[in-house]
Design a protein around this ligand. Sequence first.
Ligand code: SDX
Length: 390
Amino acid sequence: TPGLCTYDPGFTNTASCRSAVTFIDGEKGILEYRGYPIEQLAESSTFLEVAYLLIHGDLPDKAQYEQWVHDITYHTFVHENVKTFMQGFRYDGHPMGMLEASVAALSTFYPESSNITDADNRNMQIVRMIAKMPTLGAWAFRHAQGKPYVYPDNDLSYTENFLAMLFKMSEQKYEPDPRLAKALDVLFILHADHEQNCSANAVRSVGSSQVDPYSSVAAGIGALYGPLHGGANEAVLRMLRRIGSKENIPGFIEGVKNGDEKLMGFGHRVYKNYDPRAKIIKKTCDEVFEVTGVNPLLEIAQELEKIALEDDYFISRKLYPNVDFYSGLIYEALNFPPEMFTVLFAIGRTPGWLAQWLELVQDKDQKIARPKQIYTGDRGLEFTPREERW
Ligand code: SDX
């Protein structure tokens, strides 16, 4: 049964999960959403069309696409009380913490969302979450910068609207460079889903208790926040900055081989080949840098990749660049500060989390997540009274 997540007996942290949403072949570096190769979707689709594909299982016809875009555009506004809630955050709080808390808070604004058995209600919450994630992400960014929040401009496309809410600095209409909006749309497509990654597993585990989708997705945001998962793109930029020049790369590589640290943006639980998304992002780098100018860290990243891919430590462990190795360079060129990189990842991943949540809640055989444990502690001890122990 699609979506049935079971925990294999005898393995504490290995779960097997059947799903029809995303296919990955880690050895061959293949990624498909609902059977469509990621290369074709990145080349020819839009993020909202891919979101429809992930949620509904196939590409929309014209009427379906126009209705989907209309519905999402109509729901980009967030209740004013959520804005008040966000204004209570520390001024310099990490935007991912603000996003996680704000999405969880949405469950209190839509109490009907707990009725997960009603199909129309489920679809309403899915539309709301895809629509509001950029608004909440942009407001978290503006909050951390001490700037006034910018309301959605629904005359703009999804990605242009997001850029406007982030960077608009005056009353006149903000019109982002369409080439940059297109590049961001491609990045959202590339991050849209990735089968049973850590954050999708968190969404499924929490969702299996039949809680509302906002609480489930907030759990996914919390998992993505971690430096080994979504936080890696931010860590890559810090790593490249710390290396500082191509001359320092050999010394850095030695440190990695000595186990002092990991080469962030390299390696993957599933890909033991080049992450297909990294290839597309590398190409998108060139398109963005034509507009913004080349990010000086690109040269260090390219040399680091070249040296690592020729080094037996990485070859023997099948460590290749993953989706995070180059994405941060683009985000920085688009004027995003590093703490916003994982927020961008979360906005892109939202349709994938929701597609997997929907698959889970529609599966009548799904049981609550309950991993099997292998107990390794003491047994049958005798309690000694405190006066005898102290
Ligand atoms: C994402 O799951 C997904 O699909 C995630 C994701 C998605 O779209 O949702 O693709 C997004 O999270 C991408 C990954 C982003 N994280 C990073 O780039 C952080 C750096 N990468 C590593 O932390 C690591 O590669 C992981 C966490 C991604 C995978 O770790 P694993 O599966 O535990 O790696 P492993 O144990 O199979 O590694 C085998 C060996 C080990 O060395 P030995 O013990 O055999 O000597 O390779 C080493 C590891 O120490 N290793 C690395 C390394 N990654 C693994 N050594 C140096 N640098 C690295 N990056």
